[in-house]
Each structure stands twice: as C-alpha cells, then as structure tokens.
Write a protein that binds this ligand. Structure first.
Ligand SMILES: [Zn+2]
Length: 59
C-alpha cells in the first residue's frame, strides 16, 4: 500500500523543520501540504544544519 505522506509547502517560512501530515493541508499553519516524494530535502540530512550555519553566519 502506497503511503501518502505530505509535507507543508510553506514549512521553510512557517516552521523550523518540515511538517508532515496525511492531510491535504498543514495542521499547524493551514498551508497546502504537498507530496513529499519529490522533496528536495531530507529531514534527517545535513540541510538543517547547513541552513542553521548559514543563518548564524549571516547574522
Ligand atoms: Zn505549515
């Protein structure tokens, strides 16, 4: 059975990390939730650290 996990399309703006849901919109901010399959990010990879490092540097 195919899972249909979606991710908040606005999580980069609205949240610190991807918000996953089975619904069609984000339970936290109400933005559209999009299929997470083609997502350009992995919640477990180093992107989060990278973004945090960038933020720190751009201060
Ligand atoms: Zn959201």
């Amino acid at each position: 059975m195919k899972s249909d996990i979606r991710v908040c399309s606005a999580w980069r703006d609205a949240h610190d990390r991807p918000v996953y849901t089975l619904s069609t919109d984000c339970p936290e901010c109400g933005a559209d939730a999009v299929n997470s399959a083609p997502a350009p990010f992995d919640p477990e990879d180093s992107y989060g650290e990278y973004r945090r490092a960038l933020k720190r540097r751009n201060r």
